[in-house]
Design a protein around this ligand. Structure first.
Ligand code: 9MR
Length: 451
């Protein structure tokens, strides 16, 4: 069978794109030694992101934006997406400062972590004074409005922030939100999923790094319960604010690994470590290694760029000094990211791997997807078909994904460019394709029918 005109031109475009992309990676991300020279590029080579918190009022500081643009590929608004910032008066939403951050990041090709939809702290005054069912309703409306406004632009939302108590109880923190009923967290997650089905939904907290701490165990039990009941949770954020009284625990990889084993991604979301010199560098190294040792640790975000940008500047907890120079801690993180080894991430996500369409005539056909190689910008998929030689497999990718190459099949596309129809071309009953993911790592869905 011959390729259609449409698929020939797509294939030509695809190979041109592939060459361009490869050239860009060689020029930008990988210097001659093979080691990457920025945090983002080094993290990308390990299939992770490296992010920072950003403050809107610093975007006019060229030293700040210079480092931001060079070193980071994920951005969290430090305060601008919080409840008090986005809904200062009930029902009146305000996105100016958050949008400045989102637009700057997206203009530079960076992704965004949304922080935070529901939290006992930094509530606007009107919400602080509320209780009961009116508060529950106002909270859910806030989640829905803000997640809808940013729909499609957020990689992961901290849907609920800091809902567990410190100390040895392992239980929930008392707050006006908690007093609306213990199910407030799952209600917030369901509202967020409905508003932006493409965003990963995270629970985010601090002092949950040490596996033996009661608070860690409390959050673990909640995530386990959510997964068992189908509450839509995709990730757990570990804020990771460390100092000498609360050092990086030696069992950090155990904590991250145990949470990941529940079927969620884990992310280091607000990393900073008070200290200086080699002691600080060593602790940063430990956190980076812990993330790299867990396949589902998808990335690290530091809570600010220069020490002077930090919410606790006197503790000099970040990777750049006040003048924007790289600190020893920076060099240790970059070195670990550039080291060989570490788990390859399971960066693609379900849901659909196999679809069988029973044929009324008795036969059927099954298409099974398996993951192929992954790169910073694209991944390969392979489809094996059984049950019929005259198959038609529909492969649907989610925007902004694009299929940019195919092999061992004759393929055509619908007008959206997201739906590919693949038929046999005499090469057998399996075919492959390359997806340019544009930040969306979800698996394509498949449907198989007789041709
Ligand atoms: O860094 C943020 C600081 O500028 C704010 O004044 C503070 C107000 O609560 O929040 C800081 O960020 C916090 C984050 O939103 C949640 N985890 C703890 C962070 C440090 O306090």
């Amino acid at each position: 069978m011959t390729l259609t005109a449409k698929s020939v031109s797509r294939a030509a475009l695809a190979s041109a794109l592939a060459v361009l992309t490869a050239a860009a990676v060689v020029l930008v991300a990988t210097p001659a030694s093979g080691a990457a020279s920025t945090l983002a590029a080094a993290a990308q080579q390990k299939g992770r992101y490296f992010g920072t918190a950003v403050a809107a009022n610093k975007l006019s500081d060229s030293t700040y934006t210079g480092i931001l643009n060079r070193e980071f590929d994920m951005v969290t608004a430090e305060n601008e997406m919080k409840m008090d910032a986005t809904e200062p008066n009930q029902g009146q939403f305000s996105y100016g400062n958050a949008d400045r951050i989102v637009n700057q990041a997206r203009g530079q090709g960076k992704r965004i972590r949304g922080h935070a939809l529901a939290w006992h702290s930094q509530q606007p005054g009107w919400m602080q004074r509320m209780e009961g069912s009116s508060l529950r309703q106002a909270m859910l409306n806030h989640v829905t409005q803000v997640a809808t406004y940013y729909r499609g632009k957020i990689y992961a939302w901290d849907v609920v922030n800091e809902a567990f108590a410190d100390g040895n109880s392992g239980g929930r923190r008392d707050s006006n939100l908690q007093r609306t009923g213990n199910d407030w967290i799952e209600a917030a997650f369901r509202a967020a999923r409905a508003a932006d089905p493409g965003a990963k939904l995270c629970y985010n907290d601090y002092n949950t790094d040490n596996w033996s701490h009661a608070k860690t165990q409390g959050v673990y039990r909640m995530v386990q319960d959510f997964k068992s009941r189908g509450v839509p949770i995709d990730c757990v954020g570990f804020q990771a604010h460390f100092n000498s009284g609360n050092p990086v625990p030696s069992n950090y990889h155990t904590t991250l690994g145990n949470f990941a084993a529940l079927g969620v991604d884990v992310q280091i979301t607000e990393l900073d470590i008070e200290g200086s010199g080699s002691g600080q560098a060593q602790q940063y190294q430990g956190v980076t290694q812990a993330c790299l040792s867990v396949a589902r640790c998808t990335g690290i975000t530091v809570w600010g760029i220069r020490d002077t940008d930090s919410w606790r500047a006197s503790g000099t907890p970040l990777l750049f000094d006040g003048s924007g120079n790289k600190k020893a801690a920076y060099n240790s993180v970059l070195a670990v990211l550039n080291e060989g080894g570490g788990q390859q991430p399971t960066t693609t996500t379900g849901p659909t791997t196999t679809t069988t369409n029973p044929d009324p005539g008795g036969g059927g056909c099954t298409a099974t997807y398996s993951e192929g190689q992954k790169w910073n910008d694209r991944f390969n998929g392979q489809v094996a078909v059984s049950g019929a030689d005259d198959w038609v497999v529909t492969v649907t990718v989610s925007s902004p994904q694009r299929i940019i190459a195919t092999w061992n099949t004759s393929a055509t596309w619908d007008s959206s460019g997201n739906v590919m129809t693949a038929r046999p071309n005499g090469s057998g009953n399996s075919f492959g394709f390359t997806v340019q993911h544009n930040g969306n790592w979800s698996w394509p869905s498949l449907a198989c029918s007789r041709g």
